[in-house]
Every structure is written in C-alpha cells, then in structure tokens.
Design a protein around this ligand. Sequence first.
Ligand code: ATP
Length: 503
Amino acid sequence: QENLFKKIVSHCKEYGFVFPSSEIYDGLGAVYDYGQNGVELKNNIKKYWWDSMTLLNENVVGIDSAVFMHPTIWKASGHVDAFNDPLIDNKESKKRYRADVLIEDHLAKFDEKVEKEVQKAKKRFGEAFDEAQYRSTSPKVLETLAQKDAIHERFAKALNDGDLNELRQIIIDCEIVCPISGTKNWTEVRQFNLMFATEMGSTADGAMKVYLRPETAQGIFVNYLNVQKSGRMKIPFGIAQIGKAFRNEIVARQFIFRMREFEQMEMQFFVRPGSELEWFEKWKETRMKWHQNLGFGAAKYRFHDHEKLAHYANAATDIEFEMPFGFKEVEGIHSRTDFDLSSHEQYSGKKLRYFDPELNDSYIPYVVETSIGVDRLFLSILSASYEEEALENGETRVVLKFPAPLAPVKLAVLPLVRKDGLPEVARKIIDELKYEFACQYDEKDSIGKRYRRQDAMGTPFCVTVDHETLTDNMVTIRYRDDMRQERVPISQLKEIIGAKVSM
Ligand code: ATP
C-alpha cells in the first residue's frame, strides 16, 4: 500500500497533476502546485460540489469572502486561544512531532504487531492453521491488543482533559512496547497555534497584526445577515463558499492530504434553534450520498462520529475515505450551535439576530456545517481511480478511471498518421467539439502509445481518424475503461460523449 501511494505521488508529477511547490529551490514543506491536468480535475471537482449545493438546493447560495479578516474575528471564533496542536520534540533525533498524531501512529503499530504474529503463526502451522481461533486465543495477540486498548483509553482521557504531561508519558510508554523513534529523550508537550500571522498597513501606531484564515467558515458567519437581508432568505437557508485556508501544520507529510495552504468547500446551514440535530442527520445522509455518487463503491466510505466534541459543537461526524494509507477524514459535518454567531454578537457589539416571520420572534440561528477539503477529495478521487492493469499482450497499463464528468480531458482526437489530410480532419472535429468538452489533439508516436498516454491522464474517450474516415465520415471511438472500440459517424460524437460527461 505504501508502495502504491508512492506510485500515485510520482504519477501525479509525471502527468501534470501535482508538483512540489518551488521545486527548483528544493521545495517548500507541505505546499504543492497543481499542474495542467491537476487544475482541470480540481476545477471539475469544485464545480461538481458548487452545483450540487447551489443549483440543487434553492435555499443555498454562494459567497466569496476575503482571506484577510478583522483580527477580532479570530478572537471571537476561539482560534487565537484554542486553535492549537500539541507539539513534542525528540531531543536525540531533533525531530518534531504532533503528539496526538504520534500516538495514533503508535496505536497503528500495535495492530501491525498483531498482524506480524498472525503471519508468523500461519507460516509455522501451514495448512492446519485456524486464523480466527488463533486471533482470539493466542496469549501474545491478546496481550498486544490489551496494551493497545489501555493506551487508547489513556489517550482519549488525556485529550479530553487537555493533559499534556500525560500525552508525553503515553509516548514514552509506547516507545518501549512499540517503538517508532527508538529513543526516550523527549521535551515537554507544548501547544502550538496553527494560524499564520502577517501585518497589514502601516499606521503611526504600527501595523495591524492580521491572520491568514485557517477556515473559510468565519467569512460566512460574519456575512450571514448581509446575505439574508439582500437575498430575502428565510430560515432554513445555507451559504456555500470555496476558498483557500492556511494552517501552519506541524506534521508535513502525506502529500496533499495535509498541506499548509489548502482549499476548503464549506456550507453553513442556518436553522431554528432546536431543529439542528434533525438537520445534522439530514446533511449527514445527503453528503454521504453525494460522495457515493462518484461511483467508487460504498465500501470506500465510512462515518466516524466524534466522541469528543469541539468547544463549539453539539454533534460532529467525519466522512472518511479509504486512502492508500488507511481510512482518513475527507469531510467534517458539525452541528455548531449558535456558538459562532453569539460570540460575534458579543465581540462586535452588533445584533446578529434573525427575525422569523412565522414565529414572530427573533433569535440567533443555529448552524449545521459541511466542510470538505478540496485537496483531500482530489487525492481520494485520484487514488480510487488509479489502476495498474495487466494486458493480454503481457504489458501493463496505468489508467486513471475518473468519473467521466471529472476527467481533465474528455476527448483526445488522434490522426492515425501525420499526413494524407488526416490531421486536418482531426482538427476539424476538435473545432466542432471544443465548446462542448475539453479536447486534446495528439499526433506524436504510435497510436498504442497515444492511447496509453491518455489512459494515464484519465481521458475517457479517444477518437482515431484513419484513411477510411475521408470517405465514410466515420471514426473509431475507443473507451478508456474496457478499451472497447467501435466505429461511429463523426456527427454522433457530440451525443455519445455528451451523454457520459454531463454530471
Ligand atoms: P485534521 O484532524 O485532519 O487536521 P480537521 O478536523 O482539523 O482535520 P477541519 O478543521 O474539520 O479539519 O477542516 C475541514 C476539512 O478541511 C477537513 O475535513 C479536511 O478535508 C480539510 N483540511 C483540514 N486541514 C487540512 C490540511 N492541512 N490540508 C488539507 N486539507 C485540510
């Protein structure tokens, strides 16, 4: 699996999906650039989300708020005081870790240890081995699982109590049973604020310290009455936004899964107090359906309900996706109560109440939010689409089986040879279709090589123009997923492809 992940990362670079940022200067930690195919895939993903929010729900509208906001907003939201991660340094290796992530890695190590035991026993006993029985009775396996449970329990309690000393102790204890760093010498655990700060303007009293937003949500909260009044919105209604967010993450790894500059797609849904848990359930279901609509199979997704709730929430769940490195959070759905709006009312001194004409009463709405990381979704779609297929002729092909509507290029038009008027016909087909779909022209190398190149970019349709085309006005269309080929009239291309690529 680790190997697969490495292959996906290098595939992303080779085929123009994702490049390390500032690569010629040896890169910048946890910052990435999207290439020519990556940007198209990302734009298609964003459009798929945006349309499903704003077109399919008549009571959801969009905004685009600024990255810079008044610094008091981050005081009111709790980010200045509490948007922290626990950080620990190893004094010997000089490596820095996020304490909670390190413990999670340790917990996974216990599972690895169990699997190793099972594999060893399998080899030892051969045919007669009863795996289920071994797992439930082997003293070694049971002891490791009991150790894991004990750590898990202590970890949950330490997080709940905010007990930094205990987090350190857990790491020290884990290093003995399931070493990761192999050393014992750790610093204290300290809280590290994830917000990037910079300065704005220059006044006589000095410049103002401002933050790069760590989430897009606050731009929606501080605008909710502007939108409600100017759009004559009635509760319940939602506001959607896509935009950059910035977090000074301690652990910079796992490619675009955890970045310091990333993009979020968030929707805040404003409801009557008391109805929020009903809406929470509704959005949970709607969002899961949306993911499953991509067609990768329901088994790739699961909910992870939060036991420990953030200070602003009364219910929370994550939608997790099976990445090459395990099930990971892609989207968070939170019932945020009236925490943010009440706090902004207090800090700004402005009334943020909504007058409900049906109740003839005014109140601060409750909020249910759905928050998704574009880059994580991008990674999940790319990993689920990536396949290496053994072909009948003994070769393998790498193919990205993107859902057709998301593919960066929908149609490649390929003249069989670079002469006899075939390129001209190919160009003419593109000229007719380029306003409908993203098309690409390719005349270099053998037709087989060109097909492989398009497979590796995830292009769902290739059309080949040959000598017969000149007389019968027909072309060979070749389908990416099953490599089937059929002869169709040029005049039907728009309809055939159009039916598959519309969302
Ligand atoms: P994590 O626990 O993985 O740090 P989080 O719970 O802090 O994530 P939220 O604050 O709920 O994340 O943010 C909502 C969504 O934004 C996440 O589900 C994720 O998809 C995305 N996201 C958060 N942090 C990052 C990041 N550093 N890089 C890429 N995407 C991110």
